[in-house]
Ligand binder design. Structure first.
Ligand SMILES: [Zn+2]
Length: 103
């Protein structure tokens, strides 16, 4: 994130909206999470817990917002199982309208 560090949760969440596509946004909803954290100081640690909106590195002492964004990596072929198909939102209708107008 460079020098532009957010001061609070909503500011951090808004920063995610400017990042490159494709991506997905996790709705944390305060539920239990289990994750492996890879800090840019080189430390790696494991976290388990509810309401984990921030993590603090035990090595460098910095605190990080747990972004909702996860990178989506396109597959070369269809997958047989564990695939969720999303519902189309109104946002996509607007996108399709824009591409029709451009034709
Ligand atoms: Zn660290």
């Amino acid at each position: 994130m460079g020098d532009k560090r957010p001061a609070e949760l909503l500011e951090a969440a808004n920063m995610e909206r400017t990042m490159k596509r494709p991506f997905a946004g996790i709705q944390w909803k305060g539920t239990d999470v289990c994750m492996d954290v890879h800090c840019d100081c080189g430390e790696e640690y494991h976290v388990d817990g509810d309401f984990v909106y921030f993590v603090k590195c035990g090595h460098c002492g910095r605190t990080f917002y747990c972004g909702s964004r996860i990178e989506l990596i396109e597959m070369a072929c269809e997958q047989e199982s564990c695939v969720a198909t999303g519902e189309v939102w109104a946002v996509n209708e607007e996108r399709d309208q824009v591409s029709r107008c451009a034709e």
